[in-house]
Ligand binder design. Sequence first.
Ligand code: ZN
Length: 211
Amino acid sequence: MTDKFTIGAQDIFLVVDIQNDFCPGGGLAVPRGDEVVPLINNLAAKYAHVVLTQDWHPRGHLSFASSHPGKQPYQTIEVAYGTQVLWPDHCVQGTEGAAFCKDLAIPHAELVLRKGYHREIDSYSAFYENDRRTRTGLAGYLRERGFRRVFLAGLAFDFCVRYSAEDARREGFEAIVIEDACRSIDVDGSMTATHELFKTLGIRCIPAEAL
Ligand SMILES: [Zn+2]
């Protein structure tokens, strides 16, 4: 039995990275990533306040395997802030791959937050870049506007949604992930690790029908 949530004025819906490159046919396709788009549109209609994130890399970004001769996507490297997974080129600023999926229909979204624009730092989270120190400004924005609960959905569950939910908690917000409105990449057990981490941090995963 799932509790029903009542959405109020202090709730924000954070829609993570619904971009062409993360959908089938894109540069870093999340399996069945496109399936979540109609559900996210429906969910977004229930919220007065919606923020969209957009992965937004310069060419030659540090997170691209192509920036490191001899490296392949999904290998890891050690960088100044720790271990970094290398990805296929994706979401290059201004390209079609970086654009929102054409079926995403959330005209009332109030903020588009771009992340990953520093060449030398990746940014999974909507709150902090991967050095875990450089802030995107989202926490301040949400606080200034009086939001308390962050509902999350999007791509991918085990990377950008995971880190964003974790950081929402770290910043003192309640974080709730709408799991059937997410899809995973699932490298090296990342999906199981995400579920375990959410349990530890008190981040709830709920189905869309709870809303
Ligand atoms: Zn990226």
